[in-house]
Design a protein. Structure first.
Length: 370
């Protein structure tokens, strides 16, 4: 049966995940570490604007973000941090240089975004290798691991990761997960995708997808990240954001909206929304005291940028820090996508205490941030 907004794909698993989150949270004793990342599908040319308008959008972030972040600090004394997932197809050096400056200030990092259609595995591999080399070699972005290999986080355009749309549009590569892993992707941050039919059955989890199947939507299900379970070389980490019905924003008071952690001018960040994201209880199995909250935006268009750089965002940070950073019940941590993955792996390895101590425990900072 098809439900409105394709809820038949994910609703049953959401209900199971909600029960699991409540059960796991009940076992926590002591401080809960709340780990927050905002990932941005940052498209300067969104809406078909001119290159000049695109550059003005990038410069607006460079000029306004330091002042917007300055009043707020987390449990580690860190200011809000922003991860710009930059689209390969919109690359121009003048767009990346200001983002590298924000990275140098310790306020941002840059990862990889891609919109494509009718692609092939070989062409995808070439595009990823060329772009990641440019980000690292020319702009000082992206880290290298201990072996010297470039590593990157990824968000797929149009939500169509691994040909996951029924129409098979906006991708073309069934084995996309395998290509991502082979080119140095350390995690995918595309999900949730609801109400798109690209949404997976798996919701509200940090989990591993087997890259060997090569089938469309091969990440539909996977193995939850767990303390004491090292991933296999054939697995790709999938970091999901929150997905839930939202009753306090229900239409006419009776029809719930979908809360997917999407931030824009019509859905600005609020403390009430953050409480819903937190309640989803996304964590590594066996470590419910570290809660991962990853939300997303398309932050380049002017109206969305204002929601993230203006008064609404300031009110959000004040509210969230007052609720989730008292040091007794909760410790709050602003992190980048890379730092979030380092903390996921730290939780898997059994690390305890203040989660902020492990921000750089795996993948190091990119050169521009050192």
């Amino acid at each position: 049966m098809t439900l409105p907004r394709h809820a038949e794909i994910w609703l049953a698993e959401y209900l199971r995940s909600a029960v699991r989150a409540r059960r796991e949270r009940a076992r926590v004793r002591g401080v809960i570490d709340v780990i927050f990342a905002l990932v941005d599908h940052f498209e300067p040319l969104h809406g078909g604007v001119s290159r000049g308008t695109g550059l003005a959008r990038v410069k607006a972030w460079r000029n306004r973000y330091p002042a917007a972040a300055a009043p707020f600090v987390d449990a580690d004394g860190r200011h809000p941090r922003h991860t710009f997932f930059f689209p390969i197809e919109q690359y121009a050096p003048e767009y990346l240089d200001p983002l590298a400056e924000l990275t140098g200030l310790g306020l941002a990092e840059v990862e990889v975004h891609l919109h494509h259609d009718g692609d092939t595995a070989d062409r995808l591999r070439e595009d990823l290798e060329r772009f990641t080399a440019t980000l690292h070699d020319r702009h000082g972005l992206l880290p290298k691991d201990r072996s010297g290999a470039r590593r990157y986080g990824f968000i797929h355009g149009n939500w169509a990761l691994a040909n996951s749309l029924p129409s098979r549009r906006w991708c073309g590569v069934d084995a996309e997960l395998q290509v991502l892993q082979a080119t140095g992707c350390y995690a995918d941050f595309t999900l949730p995708a609801a109400p798109s039919p690209a949404q997976t059955r798996t919701v509200n989890q940090v989990y591993y997808a087997d890259t060997r199947s090569g089938v469309p939507k091969g990440h539909d299900r996977g193995v939850r990240a767990s303390a004491g379970r090292p991933p296999s070389p054939a697995e790709l980490l999938i970091v999901q954001g929150p997905l839930a019905p939202s009753w306090h924003r229900a239409r006419w008071g009776v029809v719930p909206r979908i809360e997917s952690g999407a931030l824009d001018a019509g859905n600005p960040p609020t403390g009430r929304r953050f409480a819903d994201w937190f309640a989803c209880g996304i964590s590594v199995e066996g470590r419910p005291e570290w809660v991962f909250v990853k939300v997303h935006t398309h932050g380049a268009p002017e109206r969305n940028a204002e929601a993230l750089l203006g008064p609404a965002s300031a009110a959000f940070h004040r509210d969230v820090l007052s609720q989730f950073n008292d040091g007794a019940r909760c410790r709050f941590h602003y992190v980048t996508a890379r730092e979030m993955v380092n903390l996921i792996h730290a939780a898997e390895a059994g690390c305890a205490g203040n989660a902020g101590d492990y921000r750089d425990s795996g993948l190091p900072r990119p050169p521009a941030a050192r």
